[in-house]
Ligand binder design. Structure first.
Ligand SMILES: Nc1nc2c(ncn2[C@@H]2O[C@H](COP(=O)(O)OP(=O)(O)OP(=O)(O)O)[C@@H](O)[C@H]2O)c(=O)[nH]1
Length: 189
């Protein structure tokens, strides 16, 4: 049985969105902004939802917005800011560009977690999806150590963690974690 009281949802919604040309979180899919699709998937599972972004437009959504501790330093820095603000051991972390995500997939992610794990990361064939993942609170310090070394690659965090579990997705599930980064990709969903 999953205890939602102990789970925080962290949505990374900073960055430049240069390929999309406007803030990805507010792009509409089926009449609803990407960020709201992600909130809706997290809502049944997470006690708190934190949106990590320096963009004040996210204040209109009624969830807590966390500012980047290191501005414009990429997703690893966004993750660090989110984990710093989180009060729970378990954190479901999502980028704001996966509007097809479902609660069912996130439930499967949470069910794959065991107490030994530092993180659980989705995997599509050989490709890791470090922004569709669970990170425990202890990852916060690892993010900080990397950032202090000027290291900003998410994959370096995965390498640094001791116990990472991977959840291999089938074709149906893989569709739900598709990153929509550009107008062309938006037209294809
Ligand atoms: N909080 C925060 N999130 C970020 C930051 N950079 C990227 N993100 C988020 O991380 C996810 C992946 O970002 P990318 O698609 O690699 O980068 P992007 O800047 O959003 O887009 P491009 O400019 O097109 O590469 C998205 O959800 C972004 O919103 C950042 O500096 N801070």
């Amino acid at each position: 049985m999953l205890e939602t009281v102990n789970i925080t949802g962290i949505i990374l919604a900073g960055g430049k969105s240069s390929r999309m040309g406007m803030d990805k979180g507010f792009i509409l899919w089926e009449g609803k902004p990407f960020v709201n699709h992600i909130i809706d998937a997290l809502k049944p599972l997470a006690k708190d939802i934190l949106i990590v972004s320096d963009h004040p437009q996210y204040d209109t959504l009624g969830y807590k917005r966390i500012k980047d501790i290191l501005p414009e330093a990429g997703p690893l820095a966004g993750l660090y800011s989110g984990l710093s603000a989180s009060k729970t051991e378990l954190n479901v972390v999502l980028s704001c560009d996966v509007p097809l995500i479902t609660s069912e997939l996130l439930r499967a992610l949470l069910l794959s977690y065991n107490k030994e794990n530092d993180a659980v990361v989705c995997k599509v064939n050989d490709k890791l999806m470090p922004l569709v993942a669970i990170y425990t609170k202890k990852c916060e310090v690892m993010c900080l150590e990397l950032l202090q070394q000027d290291e900003r690659r998410m994959m370096q965090l995965i390498k640094k963690l001791n116990q990472v579990q991977f959840l291999s997705l089938n074709e149906f599930e893989a569709n739900q974690v598709k990153n929509i980064n550009s107008p062309t990709e938006l037209k294809q969903i």
